[in-house]
Design a protein around this ligand. Structure first.
Ligand code: UD1
Length: 364
C-alpha cells in the first residue's frame, strides 16, 4: 500500500510558510509520502526552528541552506539547489506557499522539470509591481497546475489573468491553525509580563516589508510616529528592519523613544498571545493583518494597500500607510467590527480541501 503512495514535496523557507505548512503536513502525511525541503531563506532560531518546534512540523528532509542575499542571488540559489533536490526526490507534485523568493524559485525549478506545482495562497495581488512579493506570487500562479485560493478576491484576480483551470477554493490555512490553537493561547499570556505589558494597554507593532524597512526616510517617519503615540508600543523587530536601522544610524533614535519596547520576533503562540491582548495592532505583515482580524483586534496596516481586501471591507482593518494623521485618527477610533471570517469552506477545512484536490489531480 505505502509503496503506491504518491510523493508530494513541500518547499518552504520563511516564517509565514512554516505557519501554513503546520496544519497541512499531518493531513498530507495521511495520504501521501510527504517530504519537506527547507530553503534556508530564514535561518535565525526565532524565524525558523522556533516554528518547527512549537508547531510540531516534521523536520525538513532536505535543507538547501541558501541564507540571505540579494533577490537574484537568493532566488537563483534556491532555483539551482531545489532542482537538484527535486531530481533526487522524484515527486509527483511540488507544493509552494505564499509569495517569497523560496516560493517562486521552487515553483520555477519544478515547472522546468515538468513537475506539477500546487500553489497554496494563490491569486493574491497588491497591484504593485515594485513589491518583490507581487512578482513572486504572480509568476508562481502562472506556473502552477493547482491553485489554492483563499478568498473570492483572489479567485477573481486569477480569472482576470486568464487562469481558470486547476482552481480550488481552499479557505485559509492560517485561520485553520489559529482556530485549532486558540484554546491554548491563555497559557502564553505570561509573555506580556516578560515585556512588562498590561492587557489592552499597548500597541503591538511589526514592520519588515522592503517598502518600509529598506527606506531610511520611512524608517525616520516611523520613529517619529512611534514617539508621537503616547502609550506603550511593543515593536517586535525583524532582523531586516534592525539591520537597516543600524545601517542608517537610526537604531539609537528608535531605542530612545520612551514609550517603545524593542523586542525580537516571537514564536507563533507568543505572537498570537501578544496580538490577542493588544489594544491595537500596527503591521505591514499580511499574516498578522489576518490574525488580528481573526482574534477580533483592531488592525492598522502600515501600507497604502493590502492583498487581504476582505479584512478592510469587513471593517476590521484600516489602511493607514505611514500617515501620522491616519494613524492617530485610527488609534482614537480603532476599527471595531469583527471580521466574520471562518477557517472552513462549505464546512471543510483548508488542509482537507487541499489534500483532496491533490489526490484528485494525481489520480487523473
Ligand atoms: C521574507 C519575504 C516576505 C515575508 C517575510 C516573512 C521575500 C521576497 N520576502 O522577507 O514576503 O513577509 O519573509 O518574515 O521572500 N535575516 C536574518 N535572519 C534570517 C532571515 C533574514 O537576519 O533568518 C535578515 C538578513 O539580513 C536578510 C534580511 O533579514 O538579508 C531579509 O531576509 P529575506 O529572507 O531576504 O526577506 P524577509 O525580509 O525576511
Amino acid at each position: 500500500m505505502s509503496r503506491q503512495r504518491k510523493t508530494v514535496v513541500s518547499v518552504v523557507g520563511a516564517r509565514p510558510q512554516f505557519i501554513k505548512l503546520a496544519p497541512l503536513a499531518p493531513v498530507l502525511d495521511q495520504r501521501f509520502r510527504h517530504r519537506i525541503i527547507h530553503s534556508g531563506q530564514h535561518y535565525d532560531y526565532e524565524l525558523s526552528q522556533a516554528f518547527f518546534g512549537q508547531l510540531r512540523i516534521p523536520a525538513p528532509d532536505i535543507k538547501l541552506k541558501v541564507g540571505s542575499g540579494s533577490h537574484g542571488r537568493q532566488t537563483g540559489q534556491i532555483l539551482e539547489r531545489s532542482e537538484t533536490a527535486l531530481i533526487k526526490m522524484k515527486p509527483d507534485m511540488v507544493l509552494v506557499y505564499g509569495d517569497t523568493n523560496t516560493t517562486l524559485a521552487a515553483a520555477l525549478a519544478a515547472a522546468k522539470l515538468h513537475l506539477p506545482v500546487g500553489h497554496v495562497e494563490a491569486g493574491l495581488r497588491s497591484f504593485r509591481v515594485d513589491m518583490p512579493e507581487e512578482i513572486n506570487r504572480t509568476l508562481t500562479d502562472h506556473l502552477s497546475a493547482l491553485l489554492f485560493y483563499p478568498t473570492a478576491a483572489a479567485r477573481d484576480n486569477l480569472r482576470r489573468e486568464g487562469i481558470t483551470r486547476g482552481l480550488t477554493a481552499s479557505g485559509d490555512l492560517m485561520y485553520e491553525l489559529l482556530a485549532s490553537v486558540r484554546p491554548s493561547l491563555p497559557e502564553y499570556a505570561a509573555v506580556l509580563n516578560h515585556f512588562g505589558l498590561e492587557k489592552e494597554k499597548y500597541i503591538l507593532v511589526t514592520m519588515h516589508r522592503v517598502e518600509n524597512a529598506d527606506d531610511p526616510d520611512r524608517l525616520r517617519l516611523f520613529i517619529d510616529i512611534a514617539r508621537s503615540i503616547k502609550e506603550p508600543i511593543l515593536f517586535l523587530a525583524h532582523p531586516r528592519t534592525i539591520g537597516n536601522l543600524r545601517r542608517h544610524k537610526l537604531l539609537g533614535k528608535l531605542r530612545a523613544v520612551p514609550n517603545l519596547i524593542l523586542g525580537r520576533p516571537q514564536p507563533y503562540f507568543e505572537t498570537l498571545a501578544l496580538a490577542g491582548h493588544a489594544r491595537a495592532i500596527m503591521t505591514d505583515s499580511g499574516g498578522l493583518q489576518k490574525e488580528a482580524c481573526f482574534l477580533g483586534r483592531p488592525c492598522l496596516t502600515l501600507r497604502p494597500e493590502t492583498e487581504w481586501v476582505e479584512t478592510v471591507t469587513s471593517g476590521a482593518n484600516t489602511l493607514v500607510d505611514l500617515s501620522p494623521a491616519k494613524i492617530h485618527r485610527a488609534l482614537r477610533r480603532p476599527p471595531q467590527r469583527r471580521a466574520r471570517l471562518s477557517a472552513a469552506v462549505g464546512g471543510r477545512l483548508p488542509s482537507r480541501l487541499i489534500t483532496a484536490a491533490i489526490e484528485r489531480y494525481l489520480r487523473r
